[in-house]
Design a binder for this molecule. Structure first.
Ligand code: 5GP
Ligand code: ZN
Length: 119
């Protein structure tokens, strides 16, 4: 069923506590943890507790949770001290855009200059 945990999903396992992660924030609907391969001084992933393969699927099924994720992004940025200097939020969607984990997740990147457009 849509939203149910998937046995083969890495991020569902992080939600369940079956795979360790450096969790920085947790709410009723979201978990935020540091990326294992950080691309900036602040590189945090914010995921819904429910499983959907990408942001568009999550938005279609549970739009409030997308808003929850974006509210959490601001809090992560504030707690890491990058809210004033600026930060980038990214939902890679599809393998051609670099998505490798098919459980929706928002990247929060900050703490260094970020080029635009991204590569
Ligand atoms: P994507 O490429 O799908 O947009 O982002 C997936 C992200 O998950 C990558 O930045 C990758 O470094 C991160 N990642 C992959 N496996 C793990 C893991 O086991 N733990 C953590 N904390 N991050 C992971
Ligand atoms: Zn999942």
């Amino acid at each position: 069923m849509a939203g149910e945990p998937q046995a083969d999903c890495l991020f569902c396992k992080i939600v369940a506590g079956e795979v360790p992660a450096t969790i920085v924030r947790e709410t009723a609907t979201t978990v935020a943890f540091r990326d294992i391969n950080p691309q900036a001084p602040t590189h945090v992933l914010i995921i819904p507790k429910v499983h959907h393969p990408d942001a568009a699927a999550l938005a279609a099924a549970e739009p409030q949770v997308v808003a929850d994720i974006l509210c959490e992004a601001r809090k992560v940025a504030a707690e890491d001290g990058v809210e004033e200097t600026g930060y980038r939020v990214v939902f890679n969607t599809g393998s051609g855009a670099g998505q490798t984990v098919f459980h929706a997740h928002l990247h929060v990147l900050g703490g260094r200059g970020l080029q635009w457009p991204p590569g």
